[in-house]
Design a protein around this ligand. Structure first.
Ligand SMILES: Cc1ncc(COP(=O)(O)O)c(C=O)c1O
Length: 412
């Protein structure tokens, strides 16, 4: 029997995952500060709004449409993009089951085996696997923090090779939460066009500007750019837009340059037609659900902002820790004393205090002193978790301090 190398992950689980499974098996409590599934945080549309649109007669029959039901595409184009002042045609939209699936369609559209796609660092950890399953490699380009996060455009351009096939941009990025500023969007567009590369823009968190106002120019969609030189694919989906990960509906807009755009749509039609992966009931219900998008965004943003206030109150008590600004999204980056590799810190925190956090290195942040915490949790859970986390930080700092003290005394 031959198993492919692309699915060869070895038999060892990552220590944090293993410790979590062990703890759960032993029935021990876990304060999970990584929880970012809105349906487990009491967020989402009420069942009275969610379920009735799924029972329409249109769901009793099936007509295969490669890009997904046209009625759903029309609804998303007008209700979602129309609201944002963006004019696109439903024919420019490809529906998929998820944004993750959209990535794989696009990697297959552009890459031969062994080609590269540029992905930001720090960012969404799934890129490695998404690329790997398409026999594609990721090349990292750095984001830098100086008052706010920005793309290092020079480093990005320098990292492009003859085998680079696409540039991925996450707007706003996960977990840094930053939006690409309007000028940065133009620069990225020009840079991609100079190298004949498409921009693959992931806007799943676009509707959640937290400390950036929703009217801020930086919080606008790449689809709303007044001028465009590069072929651009803008992805989003219901898992974040309506906090409905269970409905498995996402979309990709194909924007720009006439002939290239037509070619991309023509090729994508074959890919999409091969899988036909969109479930009709959810797609048919999207128009109805999207009418409540504003209410849902307000609900989620209220939770995120309340949690930031909880965090700030806790941080005021624990001067060893601080946080970065949260322009948008559902998570926050905490800066802690860089006393040990962050994976080891996260493991100890789970084993000794039952608190689960994402070490920053999980997202490609340098390996010490960063953790990522979800802002979707009910506020009481977040507060309890943060208190245990900061006690853990303080105790580690004290241990290190006394160890240094002991070493100094034994040396003198
Ligand atoms: C930046 C980013 N893109 C895409 C996704 C996945 O979206 P989907 O559920 O549509 O695959 C996530 C999930 O957290 C994400 O953080």
């Amino acid at each position: 029997m031959h198993f492919s190398t692309r699915t060869n992950f070895g038999s060892e689980a990552d220590p944090l995952t293993e410790a979590l499974a062990l703890r759960r098996r032993a029935g021990l409590p876990v304060l999970d500060l990584t929880e970012s599934n809105p349906t487990r945080c009491g967020l989402g549309l009420d069942r009275e709004l969610l379920l009735p649109p799924l029972s329409g007669d249109a769901n009793c029959t099936y007509r295969a449409e490669p890009f997904g039901p046209s009625a759903a595409r029309e609804a998303i184009v007008s209700a979602y993009y129309g609201e944002r002042g963006v004019t696109v045609a439903p024919e420019q939209m490809v529906l998929t089951a998820s944004t993750s699936e959209a990535y794989s369609f696009l990697f297959r559209l552009f890459c031969e085996p062994g080609d590269h796609v540029m992905v930001p660092q720090p960012s969404y950890p799934l890129f490695d696997l998404l690329a790997r399953f398409c026999d594609v490699e990721t090349r990292l380009y750095p984001l830098r923090f100086h008052h706010r996060w920005q793309t290092d455009l020079h480093a990005l351009e320098a990292a492009i090779t003859p085998r680079t096939r696409a540039i991925v941009v996450v707007h706003p990025n996960n977990p840094t939460g930053h939006f690409a500023a309007a000028e940065e969007r133009q620069e990225l567009d020009r840079l991609a066009a100079r190298h004949g590369l498409p921009l693959l823009v992931d806007e799943v968190f676009l509707d959640y500007p937290v400390e950036t106002g929703s009217g801020a120019p930086s919080a606008r969609s790449f689809a709303a750019m007044p001028h465009r030189e590069a072929l651009t694919f803008v992805m989003s989906g219901l898992s974040k837009v309506l906090a409905l990960p269970q409905m498995k509906l996402a979309w990709t807009l194909v924007l720009g340059l006439g002939a290239q755009q037509r070619e991309a749509l023509h090729r994508l039609e074959y890919v999409a037609d091969t899988y036909l992966s969109v479930a009709v009931p959810g797609a048919n219900a999207a128009a109805s659900w999207l009418r409540h998008a504003g209410q849902l965004h307000a609900q989620v943003l209220a939770r995120v902002r309340t949690n930031l206030a909880v965090l700030d109150r806790e941080l005021a008590q624990w001067p060893l820790a601080s946080r970065l600004p949260v322009e948008g999204g559902w998570s926050v980056l905490l800066r802690l004393p860089a006393l040990e590799p962050d994976g080891e810190f996260a493991l100890r925190l789970l084993q000794e205090r039952g608190v689960l956090v994402h070490p920053g290195s999980f997202f490609g942040l340098p390996g010490r002193g960063w953790v990522v915490v979800s802002l979707l949790l009910p506020e009481g859970d977040l507060q309890r978790g943060l208190q245990a986390l900061f006690k853990g930080v303080r105790d580690t700092a004290e241990e290190v301090h006394s160890q240094v003290h002991r070493n100094l005394s034994s040396n003198s």
